[in-house]
Write a protein that binds this ligand. Structure first.
Ligand code: GRF
Length: 209
């Protein structure tokens, strides 16, 4: 399966919940023309106080926020989210620290159009606190993963991974920071590759052309 953006430039939405350092890395890559075939059209947060929204302002990007407590149910929330994404002609949805599990019906509507960044080498350490899980387990190598989002949490086809050595004196903080540096490389890179139609899904495995 090959990606085709409708026009020359693929419209991207970034979904965040907090700090937004991955969002910043993407916006900087866009500004520096490192992802020439994609444009960040919209930034969505489930938290109007998300620190990362400052980058939307700094880079002059359109924002939307959807607070969960304004919605009666998860379905109602996801319906509104889908509506915003469709009405902005978004071709790729990037979860960059978006701390909400999307409903299966939402994911079905945007099949293979949603990617996520996770701070471990999946399938190891899915879910929350992946860096702590790695430290507790005593692994010597961990890293980060960009993957397509499917109905199973942190289990979709892997697009790119980068490794990080775990040091004996690492704390959750030090390890998370080193992983984050790699996240900031691979998430913009994944967007670039998808926008250039270089990401193919063959029998549920990603092949990069
Ligand atoms: C990152 O570690 C990402 O892998 C995880 O949530 C964190 C978000 O960080 N999904 P930031 O908001 O991009 O700084």
């Amino acid at each position: 399966m090959t990606y085709f953006s409708k026009g020359d430039i693929m419209n991207v939405a970034i979904l965040i919940s907090g700090r937004g350092s991955n969002l910043k890395a993407i916006l900087e890559a866009e500004r520096n023309k490192k992802i020439a075939k994609a444009q960040v059209k919209l930034i969505i947060s489930n938290n109007s106080k998300a620190e990362g929204l400052k980058y939307a302002k700094e880079f002059g990007k359109k924002t939307a926020w959807l607070e969960s407590n304004n919605f009666k149910s998860k379905e109602a929330y996801d319906k509104e989210l889908a509506q915003i994404i469709k009405s902005n002609d978004i071709e790729l949805v990037v979860l960059a620290g978006f701390m909400r599990i999307l409903s299966p019906s939402f994911i079905k509507q945007f099949k293979n159009k949603i990617i996520n960044i996770h701070p471990s080498l999946l399938p190891a350490f899915p879910g929350l606190n992946a860096q702590k899980q790695a430290l507790d387990c005593g692994v010597k190598i961990t890293g980060c993963t960009v993957h397509f989002v499917n109905e199973m949490v942190d289990k979709g086809p892997i697009i790119i991974q980068k490794t990080v050595d775990v040091k004996d004196d690492d704390t959750e903080f030090s390890l998370s920071n080193r992983i984050l540096e790699k996240e900031h490389e691979i998430l913009p890179l994944a967007i670039k590759l998808i926008s250039e139609n270089r990401v193919n899904l063959i029998k549920n495995k990603v092949r990069i052309a």
